[in-house]
Design a protein around this ligand. Structure first.
Ligand code: ADP
Ligand code: MG
Length: 249
């Protein structure tokens, strides 16, 4: 969890703006994430957190500013875009597993198709990853046969299978029954400890305190405040952040 251990940040957003029609959803975003850094993004619904994640792996385009990932401006299309997507893992609230494929197939699909890894190799690595997230015994089942927590851990294993340089988590525990939240957060905390670069949109403040190097608070498309968790949670400097924290803590 060392901050900026590799010198230049892994991803840097400068003056990033994004509109949806008349709606200005990202306003002059300045944000860097260092290698191995864990940044937790919080803020009210509609503040632009998901859009922030989506512009980083170019699921959305931006209409102003620049995003540099691993030393290169985000590619617009073609092979470079495919490579970017494989280097930036994404874990969504809704798991997004392929329902007609087994858990192991979900995990091996990317490496076999995109990385041209042999099936045997992909399966061996896939089983190791399922082991790591604690669901190796579920490998041959289909997503619907697993609990929500197990499905989300499978989604994390699938992201890891591509050897991403960074993983974006967009409210990964929001769709889970309460008793399954911790098992997913525990896997994420393990990744953070192992040095994975992560941006995590979450309302789980316990996770933020334990695992985050930095908390970024967004409102109305802007970064209103950011700081180390210990500082941010005990003495937020803006009224907006104080107000938000009083509602969720
Ligand atoms: P958050 O994740 O913080 O709840 P979002 O990034 O999802 O916020 O959304 C920010 C704003 O952009 C919201 O007002 C939302 O309704 C709007 N928005 C998000 N995606 C789209 C889209 N594809 N088309 C139009 N408006 C969108
Ligand atoms: Mg969202």
């Amino acid at each position: 969890m060392t901050e900026n251990s590799g010198g230049a940040p892994l991803v840097r957003l400068e003056g990033v703006n994004k509109h949806f029609g008349p709606l200005h959803v990202l306003r002059d975003i300045e944000l860097s994430v260092g290698r191995g850094e864990v940044v937790v993004v919080i803020g009210p619904s509609g503040s632009g957190k998901s859009t922030l994640c989506r512009v980083i792996n170019r699921l959305e385009t931006i209409d102003g500013g620049s995003i540099v990932f691993d030393g290169q401006e985000l590619p617009a299309e073609g092979r470079a875009l495919a490579r970017l997507r494989s280097e930036v893992g994404m874990v969504f609230q809704s798991f997004n597993l392929f329902s007609h494929k087994t858990i192991l197939e979900n995990v091996t699909l990317g490496p076999v198709r995109v990385r041209k890894v042999s099936r045997q190799q992909a399966e061996q690595r896939g089983m190791e990853l399922l082991e790591r997230v604690g669901i190796a015994s579920q490998a041959g089942k289909y997503p619907a046969q697993l609990s929500g927590g197990q499905q989300q851990r499978a989604a994390i294993a699938r992201a890891l299978a591509m050897d991403p340089k960074m993983i974006l988590f967009d409210e990964p525990t929001s769709a889970l029954d309460p008793e399954m939240v911790q098992e997913v957060l525990d896997v994420m905390t393990g990744l953070a400890r192992d040095g994975m670069t992560m941006m995590v949109v979450t309302h789980e403040m316990g996770f933020a305190r334990r695992a985050a190097n930095r908390v970024v608070f967004m409102a109305d498309g802007q970064i209103v405040e950011e700081g180390e968790p210990s500082e941010f949670f005990t003495q937020p400097s803006t009224e907006r952040a104080r107000d938000f924290l009083s509602k969720i803590l």
